[in-house]
Design a protein around this ligand. Structure first.
Ligand code: GLC
Ligand code: CA
Length: 540
């Protein structure tokens, strides 16, 4: 018997950019409520909502100052309760973001911990006295600078994997773990259905003496040996309450996947990072299609035959838009390449997560000046590029192509001044393409990316083969072509996609000649080659 989340379609909402109902330029909880019917119509079964808790917003809600309070930016607890109710009435489940690697430095626990002495929160964070008057080691933080920040009050350094305003929690403290577990149970009591667990592979740090790994900026505090001890305790709690869990697991390799999501794994699913390039800070290299494809295959094979379950995704709030990053966002190719990527990932084995705007093929924005950027990591990177001699134009070129703000520009509902997102200037620029790239247009045009997603979702729902069927990779000896089958005793489907922008001859198509094409992104069929970004689904 499959679990509900194995048959489900997930949709990630970044609330700040989804829909603003009180016109303060920030999306809100009532905006999500207003769009539930849109999501239902698309075929969504659960939504993952990124943090809406009390936060000073250094990292847009991923710096939490009160876990059990809703930030006034988004609304009230009463509105949240209505959202849960209304979503459940539509059979849409709610997954909350659980940020437990760190808190905000404004959190009460941290404010107390700073005081040192023998207070209850003393060991809730990772403190270290200065070594030779300096930081305890040379490790770099993911968002730039040292992982160590000196605190005047306590006279010690504290550790932060991300921004300095995001001190890491100390998972060696039983009292800290206890508080976190109580908080988790409190949220479960609010009627939610599961958690996406933020940055969870970072909760264990390596020996402070290990030299910094320059090849892998967070290698010293990512999936470190011994992490299983913490994870097992967390996992037992989640399993006890039977809530769905999907961990963000940077640094976990396909070979270790079963420990994380196998029969006795810590979570139901994880977001692996091998097929995307998270925290990418260069845009001079094109995408390596072969590595991208191989990573997808590795994860499919690692979790085959009931060994575990994949979380499938191409986008989230931390990476540039997939059509711009992996495909082609020009006018001529946006729709074709958006559909090719959609077919590539939506029919793999696992549970698909669609990121808001992906279903209408939103693309990267052109950010002209650093004043338009909000993401803390991009601002830090900009400053260090300028410091090391880059011109403003050079720095902005890197930032514009790599910043995660590309994924955070407001959702484009229609062509009105603020794209139907708000009636007021939003917190982050709206992409100028909203005049032609928006939900209204995509719904009106039956050949759009939006309708293609709807078709893919419907196919998954109508054919259990896409849920439980085997994944079988077919090697076509081309870096650009990706071909796989999904099959069981009911049916056999073949997916063949040209991920590249040049025509590729393909002999294998003749073997498929007698099969029916049930979905494709080109109208007329040719038999000896795949055109740029061509994607076809065959049924035997
Ligand atoms: C995760 C989140 C990201 C956040 C970081 C720190 O990677 O997805 O948005 O900045 O953790 O919490
Ligand atoms: Ca608002």
């Amino acid at each position: 018997m499959s679990k509900w989340w194995q048959e489900a379609i997930g949709y990630q909402i970044y609330p700040r950019s989804f829909k603003d109902t009180n016109h303060d330029g920030l999306g809100d909880i009532n905006g999500i409520r207003e769009k539930l019917s849109y999501l239902k119509e698309l075929g969504v079964d659960f939504i993952w909502i990124t943090p809406i808790y009390e936060s000073p917003n250094v990292d847009n809600g991923y710096d939490i100052s009160d876990y059990c309070a809703i930030s006034a930016d988004f609304g009230t607890m009463a509105e949240f309760q209505c959202l849960v109710q209304e979503a459940h009435d539509l059979d849409i489940k709610i997954i909350m973001d659980l940020v437990i690697n760190h808190t905000s430095n404004q959190h009460y626990w941290f404010q107390e911990s700073r005081k040192g002495g023998d207070n209850d929160y003393r060991d809730f964070y990772i403190w270290h006295p200065p070594v030779d008057g300096k930081e305890p080691n040379d490790w770099h933080a993911i968002f730039g600078g040292s992982v160590w920040e000196y605190d005047d009050l306590r006279g010690e350094y504290y550790f932060h994997a991300f921004a300095k305003e995001q001190p890491d929690l100390n998972w060696d403290s039983p009292a800290m773990r206890q508080k976190i577990f109580e908080m988790i149970e409190w949220w479960i009591e609010q009627g939610i259905d599961g958690f996406r667990i933020d940055a969870i592979s970072h909760i264990k740090k390596d020996d402070w003496h290990r030299p910094f790994d320059f090849a892998d900026v967070n290698g010293n505090y990512k999936n470190i040996e011994g992490i299983d001890v913490y994870l097992k305790e967390l996992s037992a709690l989640l399993k006890k309450h039977q809530v769905m869990s999907v961990g963000e697991a940077n640094g976990v390799k396909a070979e270790e996947a079963t420990a994380w999501v196998g029969e006795h794994g810590y979570f139901d699913m994880i977001f692996e990072f091998e097929h995307i390039d998270l925290w990418r800070t260069r845009n001079d290299e094109g995408i390596d299609l072969l590595s991208f494809k191989n990573a997808l295959i590795r994860w499919q094979e690692a979790l085959a035959d009931g060994r575990g379950w994949n979380a499938l995704y191409m986008e989230n709030h931390d990476v540039p838009r997939s059509i711009s990053a992996f495909g082609n966002d020009s006018l001529a190719y946006r729709t074709l390449s958006g559909k090719a990527l959609a077919m590539t990932f939506m029919l793999l084995q696992g549970t698909p997560f669609i990121y808001q705007g992906q279903e209408i093929g939103m693309i990267n924005n052109q950010f002209e000046s650093i004043a338009q950027i909000d993401a803390v990591d991009s601002i830090n990177l900009y400053e260090s590029l300028i410091e090391t001699g880059a011109t403003i134009e050079e720095a902005m070129q890197v930032i514009s192509g790599t910043t995660r703000d590309n994924a955070r520009t407001p959702m484009q509902w229609d062509a009105s001044t603020f794209a139907g997102f708000s009636e007021k200037e939003p917190w982050l620029a709206i992409n100028e393409n909203k005049n032609w790239l928006n939900v209204v247009e995509e719904q009106r045009n039956s050949a759009s990316i939006y309708h293609f997603y709807k078709q893919l979702i419907a196919l998954r729902k109508e054919n259990p083969t896409f849920i439980n069927g085997k994944f079988h990779y077919i090697e076509l000896n081309s870096a650009h072509l990706f071909c796989y089958e999904r099959k069981d005793d009911q049916a056999c489907f073949t997916i063949v996609v040209n991920l590249g922008g040049t025509e590729q001859t393909c002999d294998y198509l003749s073997a498929l000649q007698n099969q029916e094409i049930i979905l494709a992104n080109y109208e007329e069929d040719v038999t000896d080659c795949l055109r740029p970004y061509e994607a076809r689904l065959y049924r035997k």
